[in-house]
Design a protein around this ligand. Structure first.
Ligand code: TXA
Ligand code: MG
Length: 346
């Protein structure tokens, strides 16, 4: 499927309320007509379609080039919509929803028949969240259907954190993009399975493990998040996401980076470094990208995907990246960096 035109609807602060709602209405109309549109959330941009309509959902997989065995997240505007999607809400799931929704936490529950089969890739469970973004909520209300939406990038590329990123990846492949500027968290939501007794964390994200355990006590963590020998429990986690075109290598001891850069340079490679503003001045490379500040890891999360995209734009052939402490949001940052590096850590 290709589109002659991909609409680009601005929904930023420069417009008045009436223009905002006109643009959101138009995007919602495309969703009700069974088409796919991209929209901002507080995590990353999503690529949405009516979750109850098989043919609409299939267009998402087609536009992204996403493997069909990788299920999607269903976005809703209100917990009232859960009734038509899931068979049962365990008390613990309810507690998580009450506390973290709207927000970057996706909860997996046992699904009802109404959910399109391709949304769940044939599984008997469905992943759901209420996003914390006024444009997303307004779109969901206007469309008046649950909206299945993965991140709005081409499969294998970093998730989009701006309307431009979506345009770059999906222009001509989707009906339109609601451009709400830069997203907040910058990494995808935390994914937790509440359909199997004790909750299991599949993907670390904006809501941290520490936050969740403070509320509900100890949870299980998918063993594949700790050891690469284990196969992931969630289908999507087995794919190498977010890989830049150049070779990305994570370097635990950043003092080694200057000599690694010198070696790569001597081999004639176009070099890159992913650092933060704290250490920016300590390297010589063709492409130096500073990603937030170590004093506040939320800024690193916010800028990580944009930074990875810069290396592609600047055609870096080999990229050395600093690592971050694996605690709180640092766990999600390291998870995405390890995936982007395909496990190359020295
Ligand atoms: O922040 C986010 O979560 C963004 C925004 C748009 O909401 N969406 C997003 O979707 O990151 P996506 O498709 O890129 O990631 C969904 C993840 C995948 O790893 C998928 O395998 C997992 O959730 N997932 C979805 N349904 C599942 C299910 N029933 N069982 C296990 N894993 C599931
Ligand atoms: Mg994704």
């Amino acid at each position: 499927m290709s589109y002659k035109q991909t609409f680009f609807w601005a929904v930023d602060n420069f417009l008045n309320e009436r223009q905002h709602s006109e643009h959101i209405k138009e995007a919602a109309m495309w969703i009700t007509k069974g088409e796919v549109v991209a929209f901002p959330t507080e995590t990353v941009y999503g690529l949405g379609a009516n979750a109850l309509e098989e043919t609409a959902v299939k267009k998402i997989f087609e536009a992204k080039g996403r493997p069909s065995d990788n299920p999607l997240i269903v976005h809703i505007a209100s917990v009232k919509q859960l009734d038509e999607l899931v068979t049962d809400i365990p008390p613990l799931a309810k507690k998580l929803m009450d506390h973290f929704w709207p927000g970057p936490l996706t909860i997996i529950l046992k699904k009802k028949e109404s959910v399109a089969t391709s949304v769940t890739a044939g599984l008997d469970t469905v992943a759901i969240r209420i996003p914390d973004h006024p444009v997303a909520i307004e779109l969901l209300k206007q469309a008046n259907v649950p909206v299945a939406a993965p991140s709005a990038n081409l499969s294998g590329k970093p998730s989009p954190t701006s309307g431009e990123h979506v345009f770059h990846d999906l222009k001509g492949r989707i009906a339109g993009i609601l451009d709400g500027g830069q997203t907040g968290v910058g990494l995808e939501s935390t994914v937790i399975d509440c359909s199997k007794g004790i909750p299991i964390l599949y993907r670390p994200g904006g809501v941290t493990i520490e936050d969740i355990e403070a509320l509900v006590g100890e949870i299980k963590v998918d063993p594949s998040l700790k050891s690469t020998d284990e196969a992931p429990l969630s289908p999507g986690m087995k794919y190498t996401h977010y890989a830049p075109n150049g070779t990305l290598i994570l370097v635990r001891d950043r003092k080694q980076i200057p000599s690694l850069l010198a070696e790569a340079k001597a081999e004639g490679k176009r070099t890159g470094v992913l650092t933060t503003k704290d250490n920016q001045g300590s390297y010589t490379a063709d492409v130096i990208v500073s990603c937030g500040s170590r004093q506040d890891l939320a800024t690193v999360a916010n800028q990580l995907y944009e930074s990875l995209r810069t290396f592609d734009e600047e055609k870096a052939e080999i990229i050395f990246s600093e690592t971050f402490p694996a605690e709180n949001i640092g766990i999600a940052i390291m998870n995405r960096l390890e995936k982007a590096a395909g496990g190359k850590v020295i």
